[in-house]
Write a protein of this length. Structure first.
Length: 153
């Protein structure tokens, strides 16, 4: 049986017949559940200028079957100093590679419909009721680096 990138123990007549870890077991066990962001900061650099963008109200959930959802209800974003309300849900498949969470098959849904989202990776540090996600993205004319700090709901 595989649970979010971890091969589980297989028991036959009370005997362990296989033990194979395909990802960081501690991270996988900690990651599953519902989370609320306490801090979400992105530094976006374009044309040599860096701007700090923030999002408040983001909630995440990670299921043991490798599905995750990002909930943008009652979420406010400050991009380039302007406040914007975000709504909708983004779903992804995820798998673990050590301390990296790999997101794929993203689908965003809001009142205007659905759209595909790009795949990406984040480094995850999860201990008890706290989770920190960090990532970076480099485009043709920008770089973005982010840190999201969350607490278990």
């Amino acid at each position: 049986m595989v649970i979010a990138g971890i091969a589980a123990l297989i028991l036959v007549a009370g005997t362990v017949t296989a033990v194979v870890l395909t990802a960081n077991a501690r991270l996988a066990a900690c990651l599953v559940g519902s989370w609320k962001a306490t801090s979400n900061v992105t530094t976006l650099t374009a044309d040599g200028r860096a701007t700090i963008n923030t999002i408040t109200g983001l909630r995440l959930s990670y299921d043991p079957d490798g599905k995750t959802q990002q909930f943008y209800d009652d979420t406010l974003a400050r991009f380039n100093g302007e406040l914007t309300e975000l709504t909708g849900t983004v779903t992804y498949d995820y798998r673990l590679a050590g301390t990296i969470v790999r997101y794929s098959n993203g689908l965003a849904r809001d009142e205007s419909g659905a759209s595909r989202e790009q795949d990406y990776d984040e480094r995850a540090d999860c201990t008890g009721n706290t989770l920190t996600l960090t990532g970076a993205d480099v485009g043709d004319d920008f770089t973005a680096e982010w840190t999201i700090k969350l607490i278990r709901e």
